[in-house]
Design a protein. Structure first.
Length: 177
């Protein structure tokens, strides 16, 4: 059961959604500025409201931090994006030739969960946030995704293939953490 509520913090109204579930503890999570409270079905509304009020400073700061991160991503300079596209294109061509595989499609986009991905349909996506990384790090991510065109897993064979074409890949992988 879902319900919409609001709290106020520092003069700002913060809406939140409360979802009642058959769970033991109450918790709050915030994704892309949206606040969700998951609460046990047995708890009364007053207890939930008091919990949210108690956490209002953290909620406000987390929303503010997430909004600033989104703004930073949106303000990626055109030349940074152009440079990322150039590096990705060159790297795709290089590894397509060496690995004798070719993706169906390559996209540069905002990915929340990874630096890159390769779908079972052989489409590769590269995270736009890589524009802030060194060229060799970007090339490593492209190689990693291109190797998934041969091995759709992280098996020993997969990592051996990555290492064949970039023996120092672990150094670049560390730079992504």
């Amino acid at each position: 059961m879902k319900k919409e509520y609001k709290i106020e913090y520092q003069g700002e109204i913060i809406p939140y959604e409360c979802i009642r579930k058959n769970i033991k503890n109450m918790y709050i999570y915030i994704k892309e500025g949206k606040v969700t409270v998951k609460a046990p079905t047995r708890l009364n509304e007053k207890a939930i409201y008091e919990f949210v009020i108690k956490k209002s400073k953290w909620i406000y700061e987390t929303i503010y931090k997430q909004k600033n991160e989104i703004k930073k991503e949106e303000t990626l300079e055109k030349n940074e994006l152009d440079e990322l596209k150039r590096i990705v294109t060159i790297s795709i061509e290089k590894y397509a030739y060496l690995l004798k595989v070719r993706p169906n499609q390559v996209r540069i986009k905002n990915i929340k969960y990874a630096w890159g991905s390769c779908s079972s349909k052989k489409n590769i996506s590269i995270n736009v946030k890589l524009a802030k990384k060194r060229e060799k790090v970007i090339e490593y991510v492209v190689l990693h995704e291109m190797c998934h065109l041969k091995y759709m897993n992280h098996s020993k064979k997969f990592w051996n293939l990555v290492e064949t074409y970039m023996p120092e890949y672990k150094e670049y992988k560390k730079m992504l953490k």
